[in-house]
Design a protein around this ligand. Structure first.
Ligand code: ADP
Ligand code: MG
Length: 458
């Protein structure tokens, strides 16, 4: 039997967030690393990119935190500022029910005075790049004695980027009694060295590079004028949370979106004509399950950083093999199997064969689903997105939003709320469909951190 988050003895407030986010079961690396992390033992974890390492260290760190203490208890070191931002964000998300939790990023290229001020006010978890962290250690800008755990994330990249010396210095400067955890996709010699110097009796966990998650390829042939019906039937047949439909042209994108929308399908378009803010909004909604179907061109689809796509449909076969691979590679990630279905014209038999040969994968031919229920409106998305006119610039954290929406202030239940995505000036919150109106009202009539902000359902 495979593990569940319950069986890993994860504390309730973390478990409930995990299920709100929609993670159903732990990945292999999480199953193996979490118990060891919780025990406080030194550990080296080697597991491929995308296997869920962040949660594997974030959850144990959060679980062991003493929120009443305001000195740093955990250090997470990442090679780049972008990674720090990502990791800090994930930690904040997972910890959003821990009241008063403070996670801070300490990276180069940012004003040091502000960082000194933040550290002075007290933080629980520091996510940092090596150089700037050393700077703070040498200034003694925070109390290092309470640090129980140091995580080196992407340890291999850190070494690649020449941070080996800095990392060693950081480890020297933290309490010898700390737990040291190395997370890495590969295991170069330098990591062995760090481990030998700075860990005691580490447990080494290696997750075999998974035989790729299986991606099934299918094709269904139909005349051009039947394509949109076939698409709708496929969407009804599979009825999944996230489908990505690719077209070769903007014009086809618009046509597909219009016809699906007419039938009540929850759909958005992503093409080169969108302004950046519209694009952000569309992607935020797709990510948080407020949109079930996203229709895109290849170029516009390039930046889609959504791992959890159940179904990719090629409404039109792409001209180039690499475009096909790019499209279908959006599915079968994050430990899940995936399905790619192409809707091809009868005259494209040869092209399909060529793709299949080049991929060295079978493309199974399926008949279009029987057209019985074309008139039935497909189900709406699970969630709606509330856009709020506040963000990091207003010092807003996910917990503030959660606070404004739940309890006496907002009246919603924690379980009604999904992804909370705080950007610089804007926040997207996913809420259960039925609660969307009251959520927007709660924000518009209430205050967040004593200030008024505007909420709209987008
Ligand atoms: P790594 O650090 O190993 O490269 P990440 O921690 O960045 O991987 O996770 C990769 C993706 O998998 C992220 O989008 C993350 O949200 C998702 N993910 C993590 N754990 C789970 C899980 N248990 N179930 C589903 N998705 C998960
Ligand atoms: Mg990672």
């Amino acid at each position: 039997m495979s593990a569940t988050f319950q069986s890993l003895r994860i504390a309730q407030p973390l478990q409930s967030v995990i299920s709100e986010i929609g993670f159903e079961s732990p990945t292999a690396v999480q199953t193996q690393a979490i118990p060891v992390m919780l025990k406080g033992r030194d550990i080296i974890v080697q597991s491929q990119t995308g296997s869920g390492k962040t949660l594997a260290f974030a959850v144990p760190i959060l679980q062991k935190l003493k929120l009443t203490k305001s000195s740093p208890q955990a250090l997470v070191i990442c090679p780049t500022r972008e990674l720090c931002t990502q990791v800090a964000k994930e930690i904040r998300t997972l910890g959003r029910q821990l009241h008063g939790l403070v996670v801070t990023e300490i990276c180069g290229g940012q004003p040091i005075r502000q960082q000194l001020e933040t550290l002075r006010r007290g933080v629980h978890i520091i996510v940092a790049t090596p150089g700037r962290l050393l700077d703070h250690l040498s200034r003694d800008s925070f109390d290092r004695h309470g640090i129980n755990v140091v995580v080196l994330d992407e340890a291999d990249r850190m070494l690649d980027m020449g941070f080996g010396g800095d990392v060693a210095e950081i480890l020297q400067a933290t309490p010898a009694s700390r737990q040291t955890a190395l997370f890495s996709a590969t295991f170069p010699h330098g990591i062995k060295e760090i481990s030998k110097q700075h860990q005691s009796a580490p447990l080494r966990i290696t997750i075999e590079d998974k035989l790729q998650n299986t991606l099934r390829h299918q094709v269904t042939f139909c005349p051009a004028e039947e394509k949109s019906d076939v698409l709708l039937l496929l969407l009804q047949q599979y009825n999944v949370d996230r489908t990505l439909v690719f077209c070769n042209f903007k014009k086809s994108v618009n046509g597909v979106v219009q016809s699906l929308r007419r039938l009540g399908c929850s759909v958005d378009r992503l093409d080169g004509d969108l302004q950046q803010y519209q694009r952000d909004q569309v992607l935020a909604k797709f990510k948080n399950k407020s949109t079930r179907v996203l229709v895109a061109t290849d170029v516009a689809g390039r930046g889609i950083d959504v791992d959890d796509i159940d179904l990719v449909i090629n409404y039109e076969l792409p001209d180039k093999l690499h475009a096909y691979q790019h499209r279908v590679g959006r599915s079968a990630r994050a430990g899940k199997d995936g399905l790619a279905i192409s809707i091809a014209l009868p005259k494209q038999q040869k092209k399909v064969r060529a793709i299949s040969e080049a991929l060295d994968a079978q493309i199974e031919q399926v008949t279009p689903p029987p057209s019985l229920h074309l008139d039935i409106v497909s189900q709406d998305a699970k969630m709606r997105t509330i856009q709020i006119s506040c963000g990091r610039k207003d010092k807003i954290r996910p917990g503030d939003i959660l606070g404004a929406l739940t309890g006496d202030a907002g009246g919603l239940k924690g379980s009604d709320i999904g992804k909370i995505d705080v950007r610089d000036k804007i926040t997207y919150v996913a809420v259960e469909n039925a609660s969307a109106t009251s959520a927007a009202k709660a924000i518009n009539h209430g205050r967040i951190k004593k200030k008024k902000f505007r909420a709209t359902i987008v």
